[in-house]
Design a binder for this molecule. Sequence first.
Ligand SMILES: Cc1ncc(C[n+]2csc(CCOP(=O)(O)OP(=O)(O)O)c2C)c(N)n1
Ligand SMILES: [Mg+2]
Length: 335
Amino acid sequence: MNSTEQLLSYPRLDPLDPVSLWRGMVWLRSYDERAVALQRQGRIGTYATFWGEEAVQVGALSAIRHSDWMFPTYRENGIVTLRGLPLERAWSYFRGDPGALFDPREYGCAPQSVPLASHLSHAVGWAWSRMVGGHDDVALAFFGDGATSEGEAHEALNVAGVMKAPVVFLCVNNQWAISTPVSRQTAAKQLVDKAIGYGIPGERVDGFDVIEVAESLGRAVERARNGNGPSFIEAFCYRIGPHATADDPSLYRSSVDEEHWRSMEPIGRMEESLIREGLLSYSQAKAYKEAVRTTMLEAARRLDRLPRPDRSWLGKGTFASEVFIGGLTGEEVLS
Ligand SMILES: Cc1ncc(C[n+]2csc(CCOP(=O)(O)OP(=O)(O)O)c2C)c(N)n1
Ligand SMILES: [Mg+2]
């Protein structure tokens, strides 16, 4: 693809094709960078950036199929665009637009959870109901290091272990929960050790290595699909950026540390190795990144053309009879 050629759509991920995984990460990075720019320009509100966590998100998504559902947090806010949600709809969430909500069945993705860990019970309930209904679908649930301290994380992990619910619990240990370091979060040596208490298998992976993530997730998904129950994967990485655009990490952590982890970020590292192995050329990489950037800029212009939220939208979707998700009423979504 040359630099002037437009991208027609989002990249399709194949765990056995490393270039597709690199493309997915470039897509998410570009989405994230554009979102931060939109926030700084006052075109969206507070935004949770995920710089450095692209390998976790792409590696995980590559390991599941469309009938498997994702249960993201606010940090995986762009992942559903890799299943086709229009970019401007994903961004419009950050200006309070109920039109940003979508029918979860269309994209196999639950709404992003802002309350920590509450969505883990939803993931277990969904997965269990699929299992009881005779399907072999799997739930992929993201949660942070901080979320492991929530009672609801414990409840969800415990029930999943007992019921052998087909869930992959993907704990994104980015070492920070806003200003709380993981050393103040738990006395456990590593978060994956918690899996033992629930009687479920656990693995710890390098969250900056998309292939390692994809392989580990592949094993966990297969286990769940074959009726062998849940897994706990700790993806060890680092939150390179602030908690969100409203945060200033210089108040609570050292820039030396940040620099160290920034040098490990997943995309540049993978790009270098793909070029070294002859799977990607420098000019192809450059052209792809430019094409993605153009796609993002065009989507940002479409965002400006969407109706602006107004006060009358507050509370919209509170009642099941109201139309709100993808033109459906809550009752229709639940039916
Ligand atoms: C139940 C609940 N308690 C507190 C908060 C406030 N809060 C928002 S993000 C956050 C830190 C979460 O850290 P972590 O789970 O590590 O996820 P990360 O932000 O690093 O992705 C907290 C405490 C919340 N959203 N929900
Ligand atoms: Mg964290």
